[in-house]
Design a protein around this ligand. Structure first.
Ligand code: NG1
Ligand code: ZN
Length: 548
């Protein structure tokens, strides 16, 4: 039939690379950009099918985040704005690796049957496309468009160069029936930020002390550019953007960006000793990660890192405080469930701190899809990876309760502390991206809370003291030879390896170590924590030796 011949014809224009098996990892497909066209083309087909199945708009983001500039990748946003549902991942894997157009069509037909996709009648599908600033983005965008248009009735809407969280936000908003322009994204962020500013107690004189400039490392990527844009509408903050991605400033992710800063614990290019002590932040290549840091004086640009765990802790503490003001009267029909989600990479000191606050802390494997899913089980679920990817989810049920409560308070106790706490929580729910971790919205919330508390970055950093840690990566022939359990804290295969790790860990006070195959790079990652930096380094090194 017609559909079949269109597919065969267009697929033959995107032959898969020979001898490479590509897999849907921690967050979509990633590889050297030169081998990705066929994958991106096929993901275009998948997105169209998903759109037909869900009768909603689906998003495709072309980015390789913090990877080097020659890599690229593609992530799929589901109707809610979250990551593609996990039951479709095996299909993504199999169509990406289909050897020829005939096999591809066969797989697609099987899948349509299996998932009962209402295919073949009068059908429509819409896919929003976004990409970061990588030079390979343009031709991959074209491949995605061709994949989409090879499904009858499917249309692609190019949203342009965006951060990953902007694209996810647009998909979510579109499916909720609200505005999707980039300007509406900026408006929502700046309006809710201003609302939080207006709710800061006026008599507080501490505020002026920390209204010093913030310096942001844009990783030479899309985030820097977008932050320049956002800046214009948040006049109360003084933000200086460096590594903003402008011509000639430097190379994407090369010794800059959140991943570099977090893993190396070293200031990015473009920063110097002159910046010592100043509050600095760093975004990653697609602006879904955020870390803060300050440069230590006379240290050769060593930094104190204020990572995702500490952002999480700042958020959790503030929300807990607002909730306890709101709940003073014990007049709620049921207790509000506030939960915190971390991974094994969370610094042990952060977990202790959060538990001491009386919070419920749970763990999932690495990868936002797992954290997000878990956090969605709470009224307010806060999740963060140590690397700075995270957000705060508010359940719809809780939001409608909060809206009702705010209205009640407005008519009975207008301007009371309780009323203000309710308004703050509402403002946070609209400031912080509900679809996915977002460095720009996260940054505004951090700044708002620091201003509210009258805290410097140094004061914030003192919430608790990180245990020294070390991360290493080990290149291996087949990273999938390692399998893990218990949120990746225990090695299952190869046998004997976990016992060897246990023996190493036992040699170090406060020692903790685990290994796992990376989902985005061809390596095994090693993590170690111990009571001193030297001990953490040694533990990581000795565990890594068992991996080789
Ligand atoms: P992998 O390569 O699977 O470790 C990395 C990060 C994840 C996540 C993804 C997606 C670490 C240790 N891992 O995944 O947390 O952010 O990239 O960007 O930071
Ligand atoms: Zn990223």
């Amino acid at each position: 039939d017609k559909q079949r011949s269109i597919l065969i014809e267009s697929a033959s224009r995107f032959p898969p690379p020979q001898g490479v098996k590509i897999s849907y990892g921690t967050s979509g497909f990633r590889a050297d950009a030169s081998i990705l066209s066929s994958t991106v083309f096929r993901v275009g087909i998948l997105a169209a099918l998903r759109s037909i199945q869900t009768q909603s708009v689906i998003g495709l983001m072309i980015t390789a985040s913090h990877n080097q500039v020659s890599d690229n990748g593609i992530k799929i946003a589901d109707p809610s704005g979250g990551m593609l549902t996990q039951d479709w991942e095996p299909f993504a894997d199999s169509i990406a690796n289909a050897a020829n157009p005939e096999d591809l069509v066969l797989l697609i037909n099987e899948f349509i049957k299996k998932e009962h996709i209402p295919f073949g009648g009068v059908q429509s599908a819409e896919i929003f496309l976004g990409r970061d600033t990588r030079p390979s983005g343009e031709s991959l965008l074209e491949a995605a468009k061709q994949g989409i248009s090879s499904i009858v009735g499917a249309i692609a809407t190019d949203m342009g160069i965006l951060t990953t969280p902007q694209l996810h936000w647009m998909v979510r908003s579109k499916n909720k029936g609200t505005k999707v322009f980039e300007s509406s994204y900026f408006e929502q962020l700046s309006d809710s930020f201003r609302c939080l500013m207006d709710l800061i107690p006026r008599e507080d004189t501490n505020i002026s002390k920390i209204v010093e400039s913030l310096i942001v490392d844009g990783a030479n990527g899309v985030g820097g550019e977008k932050l320049e844009e956002l800046k214009k509408s948040v006049k109360s903050l003084v933000i200086e953007v460096r590594n903003s991605g402008k011509e000639g400033e430097g190379i994407l992710n090369e010794r800059v960006g959140a991943d570099f800063v977090q893993k190396e614990k070293f200031a990015p290019l473009g920063f110097s000793e002159d910046d010592a002590g100043i509050r600095c932040a760093s975004l990653d290549g697609d602006a879904d990660r955020l870390v803060y840091f300050y440069i230590l004086p006379n240290s050769n640009k060593k930094i104190n890192l204020v990572d995702g765990d500490k952002i999480l802790s700042l958020f959790a503490l503030f929300i807990k405080q607002q909730l306890s003001v709101l709940n003073k009267e014990e007049d709620t029909d049921r207790p509000i469930k506030l939960g915190v989600v971390q991974t094994a990479y969370a610094n042990g000191a952060s977990t202790d701190y959060l538990k001491n606050l009386g919070l419920e802390v749970v763990f999932t494997p690495t990868g936002v899809k797992y954290l997000h899913e878990k956090a969605a089980e709470y009224d307010i679920g806060i999740y963060f990876e140590a690397n700075g990817h995270g957000t705060i989810l508010f359940s719809e049920h809780f939001i409608s309760w909060l809206e009702r409560r705010t209205n009640e308070l407005a008519s009975t106790f207008e301007g009371s502390e309780q009323h203000k706490a309710a308004l703050r929580l509402l403002a946070i729910s609209s400031l912080i991206n509900q679809a996915v971790g977002d460095a720009l919205s996260g940054l505004l919330l951090v700044e708002a809370i620091l201003l509210y508390n009258g805290w410097s970055i140094q004061r914030w950093n003192e919430l608790y003291q990180d245990l020294p840690s070390r991360q290493l990566k080990v290149k291996v022939a087949d990273r999938n030879a390692v399998t893990t359990a218990n949120a990746e804290t225990v090695v299952v295969k190869p046998s004997g390896l976990q016992e060897a790790i246990n023996i190493e860990v036992a040699k170090f006070p406060q020692g903790r170590s685990f290994i796992r195959p990376s989902g985005t790079e061809d390596v095994i990652r090693v993590y170690a924590e111990a009571s001193s930096q030297e001990a953490a380094d040694n533990l990581a090194k000795s565990v890594a030796e068992h991996v080789h």
